[in-house]
Design a binder for this molecule. Structure first.
Ligand SMILES: Nc1ncnc2c1ncn2[C@@H]1O[C@H](COP(=O)(O)OP(=O)(O)O)[C@@H](O)[C@H]1O
Ligand SMILES: [Mg+2]
Length: 334
């Protein structure tokens, strides 16, 4: 069995996966998913940073952190050029760092309204930190329920968007608008931004309406395959996170689901999702492997070259004129 440290060493060379959990609607599972996916990734030995971009500060509270008593957080990071990322980070759990938020953050939108490059502040602070050697395997950004400046800062920095949502018809309507925003940001400030997919939260698999919505989502993403849109390789993440009261109780104890009820369905779902995210990231960053036909063609080419060399050696040794390579190929049936 691979222990957590070996696992972490194995992923050390992969680039950092930076994901914004985004939905302009509140109460869909963004914060719950950021905290518990982050906790499950950290528990598996990956170094994780969670950034609370919501003035409600729910992510911080969920982890038992009172943002108002612990110095610098997201507000200072965005507003004060002198505050570095390192100064704003708290070590919340083993492998799990946090930049926390307080209600002050609500003022950031108006206070930054006239600032230069106000969408790129977060990305810049991270670029400085990375240049100084900072490193995490996963950075998850918990976005507020709006498409304002805080969300734009998340989208200018992230490489991927995961959309937590419920499998309801109206949620599908909201998704269209959200994807348009992602596309706009993509064209404007962050051309590499991709929609990784939808994460179904509080899922009730028995509901036939839910199943229809999931089928609709899959059809929508399938239609986008091969096109130039930011969601052309998006997916509906599996497993869907089941509705589980333990997930709603854990924040009031300042605990992640792995601490509060480590064997409940919610904990299992987030652990499985974390494993999928890691496998998927490893696969996407694996050195390109050649397909079976390409490998066969390569083996045939090697065989032909060997025959050519043998033929040439024979010719040189016999003192006759060289045999054209084409003759060798034809004789070989290649
Ligand atoms: N799978 C789930 N089962 C039960 N309750 C959940 C689940 N996911 C989230 N919740 C609860 O639903 C509410 C909204 O979730 P939250 O993650 O805060 O949404 P958002 O960050 O999108 O506003 C919270 O009270 C949370 O505890
Ligand atoms: Mg939230």
């Amino acid at each position: 069995m691979i222990d957590a440290r070996q696992e972490a060493e194995r992923v050390a060379e992969l680039p950092t996966r930076v994901v914004a959990l985004l939905n302009q609607k509140g109460g869909v599972g963004k914060t719950t998913s950021t905290v518990n996916l982050g906790a499950a990734l950290a528990d598996a030995g990956h170094r994780v940073l969670l950034v609370d971009l919501d003035p409600q500060g729910h992510l911080s509270l969920h982890l038992g952190i009172d943002g108002s008593t612990c110095g610098e957080g997201t507000y200072e990071l965005l507003l004060d050029p002198a505050v570095s990322l390192a100064a704003a980070i708290q070590h919340a759990r083993p492998n799990l760092d946090v930049v926390s938020a307080t209600v002050d953050l609500a003022a950031a939108e108006s206070e930054l309204a006239d600032a230069d490059d106000r969408h790129g502040i977060l990305a810049r602070k991270f670029a400085e930190a990375f240049a100084g050697g900072a490193r995490w395997d996963y950075i998850l950004l918990d976005c507020p329920p709006s498409l304002g400046l805080l969300t734009l800062n998340a989208l200018a920095f992230a490489r991927e968007v995961i959309v937590p949502m419920q499998a309801h018809f109206l949620a599908l309507q909201g998704l269209g608008r959200l994807l348009e925003t992602v596309a706009l940001v993509g064209h404007g400030v962050n051309p590499d931004l991709r929609v990784a997919g939808v994460l179904l939260c509080m899922h009730e698999s028995q509901s036939s309406h839910g199943r229809e919505v999931v089928a609709e989502l899959k059809r929508f993403f399938n239609e986008a395959r091969g096109s130039a849109v930011a969601w052309s390789d998006a997916t509906v993440f599996l497993p869907a996170v089941r509705r589980n009261i333990k997930l709603a109780e854990a924040p009031s104890f300042g605990q992640t689901i792995l601490e509060y009820a480590p064997t409940c369905p919610g904990a299992m779902d987030y652990r499985t999702l974390a494993t999928r995210l890691v496998e998927d990231w490893r696969r996407r960053n694996a050195p390109a492997r050649r397909s079976a036909p390409a490998r066969e063609e390569s083996a045939r080419a090697t065989h032909r070259r060997r025959k050519e060399v043998e033929a040439t050696v024979e010719v040189i040794e016999s003192g006759s004129p060289p045999v054209p390579a084409a003759t060798v190929r034809n004789a070989d049936g290649g």
